[in-house]
Design a binder for this molecule. Sequence first.
Ligand SMILES: Cc1cc2nc3c(=O)[nH]c(=O)nc-3n(C[C@H](O)[C@H](O)[C@H](O)COP(=O)(O)O)c2cc1C
Length: 203
Amino acid sequence: MDNTIRILGIAGSLRQASYNRGTLRAAAELVPEGAAIEIFELDGIPGFNQDEERNPPAKVAQLKRKIRESDAILFVTPEYNYSVPGVLKNAIDWASRPYGDNAWDGKPAAIMGASTGAIATARAQYHLRQMMVFLNMFPVNQPEVMIGHAAERFDDEGNLTDDATKDFIRQLLQNLVEWTRRIQPPNEQTGSDSKAEVAKALE
Ligand SMILES: Cc1cc2nc3c(=O)[nH]c(=O)nc-3n(C[C@H](O)[C@H](O)[C@H](O)COP(=O)(O)O)c2cc1C
């Protein structure tokens, strides 16, 4: 029986050698046994237009489907002007609409972020946590993976090279998987033993 925890990973940067996209690639390799990360790239999503929210662009429809198919979400956010980049906020807004059709609803989540500065995306991460209140998402609290001075921890292609940072990422992913298993209703665990047990009990 496949009870893999499926995590959808979204990085809030389109930059080729992005530290945050590199962090997400590293996370996909550091994910614990029993879980898998699928990366969703945000390129090609147009600016949100409420006139289109009931008939969204194909890429947005795909994003909403991927969110709903996943058991948990992993956000990796840069910090732009003390908040999350527009490209990430835009995707969050699209997938939250129309009212009553919020794809993020009820999803466990984890947040990481990398910055060239010393504050290491803390302000952006707390803005993202604030959004999660209205989105009704359930973020893991710790460890807070805030990667500062990124130029010292990544190579020129944006690949993470710092072992201590990898350990933090490993721990956050472990906590996300445990948290997801704890808060997921047994009858919604995709293809899980619990689901089979519920089906058996209803026979
Ligand atoms: C428009 C803009 C605003 C930025 N604002 C911040 C900021 O508020 N805090 C910060 O630590 N870094 C800031 N930076 C620097 C980013 O941390 C840096 O560009 C980082 O590499 C972006 O992430 P990426 O490598 O994943 O693209 C800003 C960069 C840009 C382009």
